[in-house]
Design a protein around this ligand. Structure first.
Ligand SMILES: Cc1ncc(COP(=O)(O)O)c(C=O)c1O
Length: 442
């Protein structure tokens, strides 16, 4: 069976040389957690420049939905590259953009007609949603959540409340945004327990926020991740979104689901909000949408996307090659990958739950489909975050050839390609167990 192959030490000579060059010429704002210099990749397997072989459970931060360089995606890209590289969908028409908009609109559950705006990234999709919410409602205030990550452009960053380093020195932000606690039951901001809390965190919006500081009739939108991503793969209780959505509807507030990380089949449904039975007015999509090609999309109800020509656009948004890659990706998601995400996600979660029985440091195991995380703690009673242990585990995993990433303060995320096989899940679990046992002793 295929397994990682690592020649020590890491990084190897070629990787080391390239990292030195990178240090000289590339922006130091990037957060590389370990010295992986990628040469080529296929499926879940990555060769670095020194020919070490790694098992990738990051999918380039939850992007390569169909695995690295899937032949069907590569074929779609090559075919389109021969036909048309760019013509700017903001000023001209071309088939791939129209076809993808039609497809995305058809994926939204229900009969309501939807329209699509195209950008190049998650931040641009959120930014477009932010502007549309203002444009449509002509209201100035917005609600977002602690722990949320919506991107790094100034509008999206104003909604983000994940880590201060992301906001340091960038004040002032877009005014009128109030951040409130997310439904993070493992660490409830109100010290309550589900289900006795009766979703106090959602009720609080109407009972306290709207009665004291925030006139609801001035609120344009609630920006919310169906499952918090960078914040720690936090899955809210089943009723959270429904309760919040009902409150939003009562006051004519738009519900904007940031599905950038959770969408496009990752959780076993096309959009994670489907797990919660809520149909948001606006959705932001990116990451997995085009298997690695840059593309962002903002999908909104047609009656809400009523802005005028010239009110928002992007030269590169909806690039024809990205759109063809997205159409090929969606076909694969519908064919079998969403089902696989659910099946393999369950296998991964039950494996992690089994390890949790024996390993005190694994405070919480959570997730849906292939959006799964483990939260590392010093002990289960106090739930004190063990950030150092989390970081040690990620580094040790890298040295054993398993690629993982952190999320939240002290969690590890598992976000492999949706093509992952049962044996790759089992291999990941075997290496992860070995690594955790080593990491807790040194
Ligand atoms: C939920 C969510 N929204 C927005 C973004 C920003 O996406 P991008 O980095 O493509 O701008 C991210 C990226 O991690 C994300 O997870």
């Amino acid at each position: 069976m295929k397994a990682p192959q690592i020649r020590k030490p890491l990084p190897g000579t070629k990787a080391n040389n390239l990292i030195q060059l990178d240090k000289t010429y590339v922006s130091p704002s990037y957060t590389r957690v370990y010295p992986l210099v990628v040469k080529k990749a296929k499926g879940l397997w990555i060769y670095d420049v020194d020919d070490n072989l790694f098992l990738d459970f990051t999918a380039g931060i939850a992007v390569n939905a169909t695995g690295h360089c899937h032949p069907k995606i590569v074929a779609a890209i090559k075919k389109q590259a021969d036909r048309l590289l760019h013509m700017s969908g903001t000023d001209f028409y071309y088939t791939p953009q129209i076809a993808l908009a039609q497809k995305l609109a058809s994926l939204v559950p229900g009969d309501t007609v939807h329209k699509v705006y195209f950008g190049n990234s998650g931040a641009e999709a959120v930014e477009a949603a932010f502007k549309l919410a203002r444009w449509h409602t002509q209201r100035e205030l917005n609600i977002a959540f602690y722990g949320a990550f919506h991107g790094r452009t100034m509008g999206a960053l104003s909604l983000t409340a994940s880590k201060t380093i992301q906001k340091k020195h960038y004040n002032p932000f877009v005014p009128g945004i109030t951040h409130i606690p997310y439904a993070y039951c493992y660490r409830c901001a109100y010290n309550m327990c589900y289900p006795e809390c009766d979703i106090y965190c959602a009720r609080w919006v109407e009972d306290t926020l709207f009665r004291t500081t925030m006139p609801p009739e001035e609120v344009a939108a609630i920006f919310v991740e169906p499952i918090q991503g960078e914040g720690g793969y936090v899955v809210p209780p089943p009723e959270f979104h429904k309760k919040l959505y009902q409150i939003a509807q009562k006051y004519g507030i738009l519900y904007v689901a940031d599905e950038v990380q959770s969408g496009m089949g990752r959780t076993g449904r096309m959009f994670a909000m489907e797990h919660f039975g809520v149909q948001p007015e606006i959705m932001a999509l990116a990451k997995g949408i085009a298997s690695g090609l840059p593309l962002g999309a903002m999908v909104a109800r047609a009656d809400i996307m009523n802005w005028e020509a010239g009110s928002h656009a992007s030269t590169f948004g909806g690039n024809p090659i990205s759109c063809e890659a997205a159409l090929a990706t969606i076909a694969m998601l519908e064919d079998e990958l969403m089902i696989n995400a659910e099946e393999q996600g369950n296998r991964l979660k039950s494996g992690l739950h089994r390890l949790q029985n024996d390993l005190e440091c694994m405070g919480d195991v959570r997730g849906k489909g292939l959006m799964v995380a483990v939260e590392l703690v010093k002990d289960r009673d106090t739930k004190t975050p063990d950030v150092k242990l989390r970081n040690r585990i990620i580094h040790k995993a890298f040295h054993k050839g398993l690629l993982l990433l952190g999320c939240g303060e002290n969690s590890i995320r598992f976000s492999p390609a949706l093509t992952v096989t049962a044996s790759e899940i089992d291999l990941c679990l075997t290496i992860f167990e070995e690594v955790v046992r080593e990491a807790i002793t040194n």
